[in-house]
Unconditional design. Sequence first.
Length: 207
Amino acid sequence: MLRKLQMAVLLILCFTACAPSVDSAEDARGGLLLSGSDKSPVKIEVFSDFQCPACRTLFLNTIRPIMQNYKDKVCVIYYEFPLAGHPYARPAARYVGATAKLGSQKAKPVFESIFWRQDEWIKDGNIEAAVSKALNREDFLKVQKMLEEPGTLEAINDDISKELEQGRLRKVSSTPTMFISYPGKQQKVEGYQTYQVMQLLLDPLVK
């Protein structure tokens, strides 16, 4: 407990005292909007890899409670950053990218299902089993068809590559990496952070 509090204090001090100014024109584009909007006082951008265990833990234990408890006060945007050593990360990202073409409201449950069932598909790469549990049959077949069409698949791969490049330009080298912003300031936070630590950080910013 003491260690967690020490980490929280260090994170908050770094965020409030050392965060650099950010020009709104440099805001990242693309990514999957999971909650909030551009009017939210705080924005959390997450560069993530579906095959990364720490990314799964961050989403399930930290980001989901933030989305539930802060709602429109915090904008959460996820960017694909599949690591070279994770062969199933990019295929998982493709499924989310394809589903996003049906609308973000259909992409969100797929995104969540892939993380929830990571311990299942990570064994053999059977990601479509996780996807099928989050979509009705009609939409699932549409997603499969998109991934079989060379032009659509190329566009989805291009989107993933753009998000990867965006991460590299922002000096992302590992996952998960978060960029937490509020008017005029931004802080890069690497690695898993507990909900309790993030709560200590966010509460003063959304009041």
